[in-house]
Ligand binder design. Sequence first.
Ligand SMILES: [Zn+2]
Length: 330
Amino acid sequence: MPELNQPIVGPSERPAEVLIDPIVGVDLGGTKILARMIEPSTGRAVGRVKAQTPSGVENVLATVAEVVRQVPGWDEAVGIGLGVPGLVETDGTVNRCPNIDGWDEPVAVAAELIERLGKPVVVANDVNCGAVAEHRAGAGRGMDNFLAVFVGTGVGGGLIVDGKLAEGKRGMVGEIGHVTVDKNGRMCGCGERGHLEAYAGRAGIDAEARRRAKAGSSSLLIDLAGQGSVRSRHIERGLAENDQLTIELMQEAADALGHALGNAATLLDLERIVLGGGVMDKLGEEFLESITSSESFGGFGPSVVDLVLAQRIDDAGAVGAAIVAADRFG
Ligand SMILES: [Zn+2]
């Protein structure tokens, strides 16, 4: 069992017992597992317990159960919501988690945890949890038809339709990173060609910058990243220093995002699209503006939808997981 941090309840937080219908929200990530006690109706969170993510499915499940039991007020919790970085079927089976060592086959996570914890458990995709947190407690409050898109290493999204998280049969609703923006375009990490993620995700930007650098373009971006990966702060610096390749790549990223988001807004009659994730957090309003003003903006254009930055809720994954669980418990 990995060493657990001591549970911490901040002095300004009220004790867990006064939360209404509290649920333990858990964010299972590639490096850490974090659990908090959440009031789903407001997104308010108290207590925080963390552990390192071990390798191997059995160790991961045992650590999740242990972390949950250590959350202050656990006895009062009506259930558990768990966000995982993988595709989740509606019965709580997680098909695989590429970011977690040794998890490459389907596991009935909800059933396993119900057995260990004796309370109801709902499992959801972590990006969907982030979208739900923005919907309930962030920039999507009050919106019934709303898409949250997170632009980081890859591009993921979560869709709210008529006030509810849309999940689909295979948990793939909101996978906007893999919509096609140019069928003859760049290779995506998934093996298909021309997907949004290959243009707007940091991994795609990194790969393209290195390809163009090899072909002779000078690149501050690659100089900054060196042997490591291109980070959002490198992109920010490249833009600030007017590096030509960075400017080109980010215009292509903005065009690809505008194209895909405009089509999504038109198809789904969205009220708002919220944009979060490392790239958006770093580049902020200026990059948002280049998406909105892109000539490639899809569908009926930017006037039909409101594009805003995410509110970056603390521990959004855990908060969202608890809300998804509460909505499922009814
Ligand atoms: Zn793809």
